[in-house]
Design a protein around this ligand. Sequence first.
Ligand code: RFL
Ligand code: PHB
Length: 387
Amino acid sequence: MRTQVCIIGGGPSGLLLSQLLHLSGIDSVVLERHPRDRVLSRIRAGVLEWGTVEMLEKAGAARRMQAEGFPHSGIRLAARNRGFRIDFNDLIGRRIMVYGQTEVTRDLYAARDAAGGRIVHEAQGAALHDLGDRPYVTYVRNGTEHRVDCDFIAGCDGFHGVSRASVPKAALRRFERVYPFAWLGVLSRTPPVSEELIYANHPRGFALCSMRNDTLSRYYIQVPADDPIGKWTDAAFWDELRRRLPQEAAESLVTGASIEKSIVPLRSFVAEPMQHGRLFLVGDAAHIVPPTGAKGLNLAVSDVFYLHEALAAFYEGDRLAPERYSDRALARVWQATRFSWWMTSLLHRFPDTDDFGQRIQEAELAHLERSAAARTQLAENYTGLPY
Ligand code: RFL
Ligand code: PHB
């Protein structure tokens, strides 16, 4: 098989890149290791920056999001048994969209199918060859080996994918922070406790109230990194969540059976550069942020924005455009990495947080409540820095 861009990974970044390239007249093939229903069973992010919304519009994959998504003009922060609001719309005239990553991925598959896009599912053992000059990818499907020759490879295969691992160790610089705790997430068919997201600081640990729609809620609590999921019955989860929320929210919380429950470790990771020869790293393949700032999916989308621009410019005759991808993408990646680290530090209980550390966090939250300048900084970053 021959294509212009071989895309490894059929998650949100691979599918969006494939669709935007198609709209620019550039051919691609997506190789995804799992069956489609497995990709669509993952529950992940829920908050889209407006830049992400606009990218999905540009890709022609926004109709259902516009009908079923929920624009929010602010979030709530809480500490010491009281909450306050950060009004993005008032502060900077911007909003976010609450719409699940699972639905984004479903819509992108539909857009690719409608355009006759080539997506190979259950492509096993993908291997990247000759990254310097004439790249090609081999994979096995149903016991038969296949080969895709291409001009470029886009590594959109997530943190544990093969793309980053195919770059010689000495050619990548890695920056990493592993946080000493994890998030336990629960999805439940219950009405959300609040119209807007609540991020809560508490001496017992962080808690987050999020949602997917009027009848579907997503909640998270900070737990020790080595907690087995079996320890967390639904009752134990709801009890702990209630203890960490301001009383008003705790009293109105509607609980129910969990329909998904998982533990996510928290990590910041960046690999530089995001290019090696004719291979480009995109999204989680190149970087991971802790979910506190809701940036992971949004960063994957901004990487796709820069890479699509670079490849479109290349095929229009600007042969050096792909060389600029890594620097442009990394500038925004580091901004989001800093913001996610900062929000994580502000809201979580670290093993060495003592009473002093707790009061410092509470003082910073009180400052955010009082200072429009401080709230504006948060609003600019949370709603998404410009591309
Ligand atoms: P994805 O979504 O991981 O997709 C990568 C795809 O590549 C496939 N793949 C391969 N295909 C072929 N050959 C191989 N060798 C392959 N190896 C992997 C995988 O099957 C998969 O389909 O990466 P992408 O597209 O870059 O998108 C990034 C986002 O998914 C990610 O940033 C966010 O979901 C991060 N994240 C969250 N972000 C938020 O903003 N808010 C959240 O609440 C949130 N929760 C999460 C998350 C990430 C999680 N992971 C990765 C463990 C919860 C979890 C559990
Ligand atoms: C979610 O709804 O899953 C979600 C929302 C905000 C975050 C992280 C996760 O910061």
